[in-house]
Ligand binder design. Sequence first.
Ligand code: FES
Length: 514
Amino acid sequence: MEKSNKTIPRDSCTISPWQTLKEPFVAIADGSKTETVYDVIIVGAGITGLTTALLLQQAGKRCVVVEAGKIGFGTTGGTSAHLNTFFDATYPEVERDFGKQAAKELAEAGKEARSIIASLAGEYGIDCELEYKDGYLFSETGKQTDQLEQILQASLRAGIAVGESQTNDVPVPFERAIRFSRQGQFHPLKYIQGLAGAFQKLGGEILEESFVGDHGQAEGNIDVHIEGRSLRGRNLVYATHIPPGITSFSFRCAPYRSYVLGIELKDDNYPSGLAYDMQEPYHYFRTHKIDGSKYLILGGADHKTGHGDPEQAFSDLESYARKYYGVKSIPFRWSSQYYVPVDGLPYIGLLNEQVYIATGFNGNGMMFGTIAAKIIADMVLGIQNRFERLFSPSRLKPVAGFSEFVKENADVAWRFVADRFGIQELEKLSQLSTGEGRIAEFDGKKLALYKDVNGKVTALNPICSHAGCTVIFNAAEKSWDCPCHGGRFDLSGKVVCGPPRTDLEKVEFKGNKS
Ligand code: FES
């Protein structure tokens, strides 16, 4: 689907079906009340930020949400919107790395997230197309079937309603399938718009298009700096996926891109539930009706940000879809970003005094974003939350997670070396095609070059403003993506996501047509 002025903006060029909402949300905060000391400043207006804000405002706190773009600009606007009580970190893995009690707590956290979403949608009359469906997980090889048995048994031990299934709900041959009861799906932007409206009605403020550069301690409070001015609060919540700047979480969470297609079928062979295979990366399937038209939502082909070929990922996904379905058209193709925590579980809680974070949601952002909101709201309110310990950012990393940690970090270390000392193939400026971007060495300097449809070439310093890796062009999203910690920049160099706090530097050079 082509981008138009009518679509709700997102941190990527591709358009998710959620962005086609007819009535965009209107934030009413003017952000001029610089004398106010807020109880809580929440950075990021996705599901995590807005749920946190609403829960705290409901409890009588004075909150402001500050968002760099529009609400839903980040991953909430590009999610595939599954509401599962089983997660990318499987119950056997959680039992192995954290213990059986932790697996039970994780299952409880999932159920509570599902119930918070239902109860907020009910309480505020949010028509977000929330539906409960069965979820099918299926194996295609003997090895996967062994893993599936372990998942089944560990899920049952954790208290999840799951059992054998004779069907996998999709036309993909399978060896064995299990069925999780009462999984869910919804329209994520309708949901968070509803949250935002309820929050504003309770007196909460939302400041859109306000990029938070930094924060600092001030007389026992926190000053949050936003493009030349600042807001003061007693507490600060970074609901931005990864917290900005260089923190240990840049190294404890690996950024990934996931790809999704919204497909119209020639027949009515749409799945009735939610389905997942066990490949790596896995495919996921569900159906959603948007403006009266049914779509098969099919996702997968995930890869680490800045490490794969986004156009190839879309093409692989399309070939996969055509292998099993009669495809009539593919009106939606989109990608979005998520962060994989090194030990499998999210980090939710205090970053340091008065500053909270919620990150490492893996591909389960709607559920973990919701439970993160509840945990952080309780912590701010001084209420003991039963999941605080499980997701604590200061938890000791289990030994079992260490090999993965080393692998992720080794990759980052390799990038640091290669990006600083490797010699890239030199490309002459004239070889750039329109719509193409690449890293080239020009006049002795590495540059990130992009040529637009009118032939205008933009040049940026390709050294990521976060920690110095070299960005890579993402042809599908028309962005510059950093392979180290997932920082992403638009074609003008502006930060659109990830931990960088500052834009890529613009480089002026001769021959740049204006
Ligand atoms: Fe960390 Fe770019 S995001 S170096």
